[in-house]
Write a protein that binds this ligand. Structure first.
Ligand SMILES: [Zn+2]
Ligand SMILES: [Zn+2]
Length: 396
């Protein structure tokens, strides 16, 4: 089977590399993937693959049914690729650099989109090798807002019922021709918060007549440092980072209000609850301490991304054939970055795979950087791995 998949990936590679360069030149931000989505439909249309568009605004769902006879109840597997770019101005110097000022595919989603199209073209030629259905989910807005959840809400996991989900991320921290497939927590869940402290503004020389919002903000930032170190179990992972503090206007005016923005990361629901409660407690305590008030807006965003044992096994089997055993990483720490593929693995069995793209493992390719660059050749591994995961699952 691998040989057939490899042959087809070679056949379609020139077209897929072109598509990747096209997507790279015309990056679109989260929920604005109109041209990208249109191009995806065009390729599917030309190949005679059926699809639905306009799911969660710009999302596309394609379907291919196998024709192999089977006595068992047919299964359905979903493969997902995200399509959005980032508000970064490209400085990579590649020949197919972004033509849109201030926008760039700096996370590899150009490759995820083109690669998933390649996988669809490959499996479209291998219909007689499987029974059941493969769905291809071209998802908007992974970087911002999250397109996976609304696509699930619009029914991509139903009709036919999806039994398992798989996806890949091209990963700059790993060497080319390697894949990481771990069991358990792989990427963090993420929440965010907006916090406002309300004091009483006044003259910098008369602090006793004021309630200092700057001091409340400073106390909060300091006091939350003990949440991870003292409330969370030492073996659980958690991050609370305040990324923005804004308050005050001049040397001699005590600020009336302070605004803070922060991010929260965790690997399980229990830790999430502990961190959220800790932030609420500290905000409340600080306001009480100073006699001011606070308004906390805590947003739950993406859950942690967990690969279950079954999904990880299928993915490992698939990539092992593509890359060989020594190039498969099965033991690694979770990454505290977040990924909304987590909504899919929360709803169904499955796994998410990192596919290496760094030429030299000592020189990682940094995601979201203006210099983010990688060779299109890596899409062969992506296409072959995705196709093999679908076939492994359907034929298992
Ligand atoms: Zn990203
Ligand atoms: Zn990404």
């Amino acid at each position: 089977m691998l040989l057939k998949v490899q042959k087809l990936s070679e056949k379609y590679y020139p077209q897929i590399a072109n598509l990747r360069e096209h997507f790279h030149q015309f990056p679109e931000l989260s929920f604005e993937e109109f041209q990208t989505s249109q191009k995806v439909c065009e390729v599917l249309e030309n190949a005679g693959i059926s699809y639905k568009k306009g799911i969660a605004k710009t999302g596309v769902l394609a379907e291919i049914y196998g024709t192999k006879k089977s006595d068992e109840k047919p299964k359905c597997v979903l493969l997902r690729g995200d399509m959005d770019a980032l508000p970064v101005h490209e400085e990579s110097g590649v020949s197919f650099a972004s033509k849109i000022a201030g926008k760039m595919h700096a996370c590899g989603h150009d490759g995820h989109t083109a690669g998933l199209l390649g996988t669809a073209l490959i499996l479209n030629e291998l219909k007689d090798e499987f029974s059941g259905c493969v769905k291809f989910m071209f998802q908007p807005a992974e970087e911002n807002y999250g397109g996976a959840k609304p696509m699930i809400e619009e029914g991509v996991l139903e009709n036919p019922y999806v039994d398992a989900v798989f996806g890949c991320h091209l990963w700059g921290l790993m060497q080319e021709n390697t894949a990481q497939i771990i069991t358990g927590a792989m990427m963090a869940g993420v929440d965010s918060f907006d916090l406002k402290f309300i004091g009483r503004g006044g003259h910098g020389a008369h602090p006793h007549t004021t309630i200092d919002a700057v001091l409340m903000a400073a106390r909060f930032v300091t006091n939350i440092q003990s949440i991870v170190s003292r409330r969370l179990k030492p073996v659980s992972a958690g991050v609370i980072s305040v990324g923005s503090v804004q308050a005050g206007s001049s040397y001699n005016i005590i600020a009336q209000e302070a605004f803070l923005k922060g991010t929260v990361r965790f690997l399980d629901d229990e830790s999430q609850a502990i961190l959220q409660k800790g932030i609420e407690d500290v905000a409340k305590a600080v306001a009480l301490e100073f006699g001011g008030e606070y308004e906390l807006d805590y947003h739950r965003e993406y859950p942690p991304l967990i690969n279950d044992e079954f999904g990880a096994k299928i993915a490992q089997k698939a990539f092992l054939q593509v890359l060989g055993e020594k190039n498969i990483i099965t033991k690694a720490e979770a990454d505290m970055g977040a990924e909304d593929f987590a909504f899919l693995t929360r709803a169904r069995k499955g796994a998410y795979v990192f596919v290496g793209i760094a030429k030299d493992k000592n020189k990682p390719v940094l995601h979201h950087s203006p210099n983010f660059a990688w060779e299109s050749e890596n899409l062969k591994v992506l296409m072959q791995g995705e196709a093999m995961m679908a076939l492994e699952f359907l034929n298992s």
